[in-house]
Ligand binder design. Structure first.
Ligand code: BGC
Length: 351
């Protein structure tokens, strides 16, 4: 069942709507037209008690502040970093916004921070769509992205991204939800257990920009091949981690053939909630909100504030800055007038 309501308005007066999909277990996801974002996600614990397992806000305007971390929003056209805010594709140079340091973060922002159209609503799905004209934020081609969210009766949130463009171009869509399976954003996410199906990660420089090399995870503080607590080693010094920030890194998933594979498992033992992430993309960014303020007025009245290390973002993606490393990183691009698709599933369990 899908119900629609008004979420609120942005500072410029634009109305933001909320579409809530509820399944037969009473689990639900509320999706906002701003950035086709996940605003809340209610999943049962081992006793069947529903609680909101994503961070976020009660006011849509708060979602447009990049310093609050792209909570639940769809990110595009190119997720994560682009070195020097420019790239060459098919022999042509493109310049994207330098919205952080000397690089582009999350496509420059426009994609996430504007209202999308709710194009189609079914019994258990909503399709959002956004048209990005040729040259928007420096990217090429008249580009439409659709994001279909389906909530199944098995408590699976399926996210399907489809891109259609009138010229060959680049796309790296993701969703930037921060999960806290305790259902209480005031509880530290460092208590969660995590597994990531990766033996390698993308090595980065002091600005978190990929060097092009892959680093071996085995035995390091970044190694999540065996389930363990996020907080266990998060503050150990490590080359590719910024002191005090903790995990904000891309993991190279085992499979690089663009088929749907298990990527990560996040568990909260006390509630029994478990999230299994599946994707056809080759990478996943683990980001534990290390750049968020330790103190904040922003959050949901029902579910705590958005602060430092209170949620784990598991952003499925092509590796950051693949645009400068197409010789080494697995890549797939959008072909003119051909549908480009990628799928990620967030499968929830409670036991
Ligand atoms: C990036 C972080 C960034 C965060 C919030 C993550 O994907 O890797 O560095 O602070 O998104 O925008």
């Amino acid at each position: 069942m899908v119900t629609k309501s008004v979420f609120g308005t942005l500072a410029d007066g634009a109305q933001i709507d909320l579409y809530k999909i509820t399944n037969k277990n009473g689990a639900s996801v509320s999706l906002q037209t701003l950035g086709a974002g996940i605003q809340s996600l209610y999943m049962p614990d081992k006793n069947g008690t529903l609680a909101d397992v994503v961070l976020g806000f009660d006011n849509p305007q708060d979602y447009t502040n990049p310093d609050l971390g792209y909570q639940g929003l769809v990110v595009g056209r190119w997720a994560n970093r682009i070195r020097d805010a420019k790239f060459t594709f098919n022999g042509k140079e493109y310049k994207t916004p330098m919205n952080q340091g000397s690089w582009t973060l999350h496509g420059g922002g426009r994609f996430s921070f504007t209202p999308w159209d709710a194009e189609e609503v079914g019994d258990d799905f909503v399709i959002f769509s956004r048209f990005s004209p040729d040259g928007e934020d420096g990217f090429g081609g008249n580009f439409t992205m659709k994001v279909k969210y389906t909530l199944t009766d098995e408590n699976v949130l399926r996210v399907e991204y489809t891109v259609l463009c009138d010229e060959d171009t680049v796309a790296n869509p993701t969703n930037h939800a921060y999960f806290n399976l305790s259902g209480n954003a005031d509880e530290d996410v460092q208590n969660h257990y995590l597994t990531i199906n990766a033996d390698y990660y993308t090595k980065t420089d002091a600005d978190q920009l990929p060097t092009g090399e892959l680093g071996e995870l085995k035995g390091t503080m970044m190694d999540f091949t065996q389930s363990r607590k996020i907080g266990e080693r998060i503050d150990e010094p490590f080359n590719d981690i910024i002191d005090g920030i903790g995990y904000d890194n891309n993991y190279c998933l085992y499979k690089k053939d663009f088929t749907m594979q298990p990527a990560a498992v996040l568990e909260h033992k006390e509630s029994g909630r478990r999230l299994e992430v599946y994707t056809d993309l080759p990478g996943i960014q683990l980001y534990c909100g290390g750049w968020l303020d330790k103190d904040s007025d922003y959050g949901k009245a029902s579910n705590g504030k958005v602060t430092f290390r209170r949620g784990a973002a598991l952003e499925t993606q092509f590796y950051p800055d693949t645009l400068h490393h197409t010789d080494k990183f697995p890549a797939k691009f959008v072909k003119a007038n051909e549908e480009f698709k990628t799928v990620t599933e967030f499968r929830f369990f409670a036991d």
